[in-house]
Every structure is written in structure tokens, then in C-alpha cells.
Design a protein around this ligand. Structure first.
Ligand code: SF4
Ligand code: SF4
Length: 307
């Protein structure tokens, strides 16, 4: 885990008025940096724990202004006059972003102080209070920056605002200990029950994730368990049942969120000059979603779809 300053967060953005990241209307803070590399990740720009430059070729008019503006010589053009980024030279200074007339360049990842983020989140207090909502810390892995999350959440709690943590759980337990006093709800991914498959799909096994889920339940932390379903990857009924068997042993689970795979993130890989790791996949059919929903419902736990 990289070392982060607990007074300064590295986030991509604040998503306003979300209804998918916990109860009510919420602001969701997306942190940069994650320990996993899920093959289907729809937010690849949040995996690496540092700012990154995104380039949208379809917006570029090949004017070359950015190339001249770069003080580090990180930009050049290919034979079609589209921009090439030498990422090892890029200092993410943003000079090119500022001059691009087409919005083809974008920096993801900005530093923000506790005070700045709290002030931004408090602007939407009225929406939280009237809808039963609040603020969700998501990512990436927000617990990479547990010290910062604690400071922001602590101020929100003092203002009477509900707080939720959306985590993959692949961090040492002490990271949870840092924040749990100021977190009301944890949204927790169980991507598969199969240890070897988890390793293959995410780059890490699920030992720590399952152990932390048990500890959260023992600490009486309310949980919403999120089950991502990727066709042909982890959508077998055997795997679903194994996940549900595990979940039903966690006494504090309030809800299961069924998250069918979607391909919304595919375009971001090209903008980061990355290959999409999982290739062409179909999305879940309505019939498959209904079958999964019905199976989960048989365990008697409230369920949402597409959380
Ligand atoms: S962000 Fe700065 S260093 Fe990176 S390509 Fe743009 S101008 Fe050059
Ligand atoms: S300034 Fe923008 S539009 Fe012009 S070449 Fe650079 S990325 Fe393309």
C-alpha cells in the first residue's frame, strides 16, 4: 500500500446526487488507488495511486497545440497527426489540458484538503437530510487513504450526516479500525467465493476479504453486500450459492446489491492507452438477472439490482 498524507486526499471526483451508493441521495467521493485489478473494472482510471492523463482520440483535431505546450517533452504525434503520450515523461502538470481547445485531454486525480472536501460535501446537506442520504467514500479503494477518510467522515458525523464506505475489503484490518467509529454503513464486494478464481480475476486471492467481512459482522457494522455478475466469468449458480452461503452467516447484512456487468468502462481503457483485459463480453440478459434475483431472494435478504 502506498503511503498517503492523511491531511491530503487523492481523488478523481465527487459524484453528485447518486442514488446507487447507499440509502437516499448521496455524494460519492471516488478515491484513486486500488489493490485489485478486476478484469471487468469499469473505472481503470482509479486503479493507480497517482494522477494520470487521459486522451480521447475521437475529440482530437490534431492541432498540435498541446505538443508545443508540454514543458517535459512528453507529447509527440503519430503518422496520422494524433497525439502520442510518453507516460514515463509526463509530470501530470496539466499544461496540455489547459490549452487543448477540444477537451481531448483530461487529468484524473487531484489533491484535496480535508477542509476543501468537507466544504464541498456540505453544500448538498439539504439533499442528504430530506432524502435520508449522505456521503459515500468509494474508489478505487478508499481505505488506501483511511486517515484522510477518517478526518472527512468525522466532520460529517459532527454535522449529523450519514456516512458509507464502499470497499473491496482487500486491506489489513487496521485500516478498517481507523475509520469504523465514523462510518454508518459498509458496502462490501464479494466477487466470487472461489479463492483460485478470485486470484485469476482480480490479481489477489480473497482470504483477506472474507476474513474482514467476518470481522465487520462481529463488530456489528451494517453491511450491504455487492455481488458483481460477469457473464461467463462468475455467473454460475454454484458460485452464487457459495457466495450466498457465506453472506447468510454474516449477521449484520441488511441488503444484497446485484450488480450485472456492463461495458461502460471500455472506452476509458483506450483513453489510458491500455488494452481492455476481458475482451468482448455480453451483458447479462433480463432472464439471467431475474433468475439470479429469484435465487438470492430465496435466502430472505432484501435485494436491489444495479446498485
Ligand atoms: S500533463 Fe504536463 S507533462 Fe504531461 S503531457 Fe501534459 S503538459 Fe506534458
Ligand atoms: S491540443 Fe487537443 S485537439 Fe489539439 S492535438 Fe492536442 S489533444 Fe488534439
Amino acid at each position: 500500500m502506498p503511503l498517503f498524507n492523511p491531511d491530503i486526499g487523492l481523488i478523481s471526483h465527487v459524484q453528485k446526487y447518486s442514488t446507487k451508493d447507499g440509502p437516499g441521495i448521496r455524494d460519492t467521493v471516488f478515491f484513486k488507488g486500488c489493490s485489485l485489478g478486476c478484469l471487468w473494472c469499469s473505472n481503470p482510471e482509479l486503479i493507480r495511486p497517482h494522477p494520470e492523463l487521459l486522451y480521447t482520440r475521437s475529440k482530437c483535431v490534431s492541432c498540435g497545440i498541446c505538443i508545443d505546450a508540454c514543458p517535459h517533452g512528453a507529447l509527440s504525434s503519430d503518422s496520422d497527426n494524433f497525439v502520442i503520450i510518453e507516460r514515463e515523461k509526463c509530470a501530470t502538470c496539466g499544461e496540455c489540458v489547459a490549452v487543448c481547445p477540444e477537451g481531448a485531454l483530461e487529468l484524473v486525480g487531484k489533491e484535496i484538503s480535508v477542509h476543501e472536501l468537507v466544504a464541498e460535501l456540505l453544500k448538498d446537506e439539504i439533499f442528504y437530510q430530506t432524502s435520508g442520504g449522505g456521503v459515500t467514500f468509494s474508489g478505487g479503494e478508499p481505505l488506501y487513504q483511511a486517515g484522510f477518510v477518517y478526518q472527512v467522515a468525522e466532520q460529517l458525523k459532527r454535522a449529523g450526516i450519514h456516512t458509507a464506505l464502499d470497499t473491496a475489503g482487500d486491506v489489513s484490518w487496521c485500516r478498517f479500525e481507523e475509520v469504523l467509529d465514523v462510518i454508518d454503513l459498509v458496502l462490501y464486494d464479494i466477487k466470487t467465493a472461489d479463492r483460485a478464481l478470485h486470484q485469476r480475476l482480480t490479481g489477489r486471492d480473497n482470504d483477506l476479504i472474507l476474513a474482514n467481512a467476518r470481522l465487520l459482522a462481529m463488530r456489528d457494522v451494517p453491511l450491504h453486500i455487492r455481488l458483481v455478475i460477469v457473464p461467463g466469468v462468475n455467473d454460475g449458480m454454484d458460485d452464487l450459492e457459495a457466495r450466498m452461503e457465506f453472506i447468510t452467516k454474516l449477521a449484520t447484512v441488511k441488503q444484497v446489491d446485484l450488480l450485472p456487468y456492463h461495458c461502460y468502462g471500455v472506452g476509458k481503457y483506450a483513453r489510458l492507452a491500455l488494452d481492455y483485459p476481458i475482451g468482448d463480453l455480453p451483458e447479462c440478459s433480463d432472464e439471467q438477472i431475474e433468475e439470479l434475483r429469484s435465487s438470492i431472494a430465496s435466502y430472505g435478504i432484501p435485494i436491489t439490482i444495479g446498485g
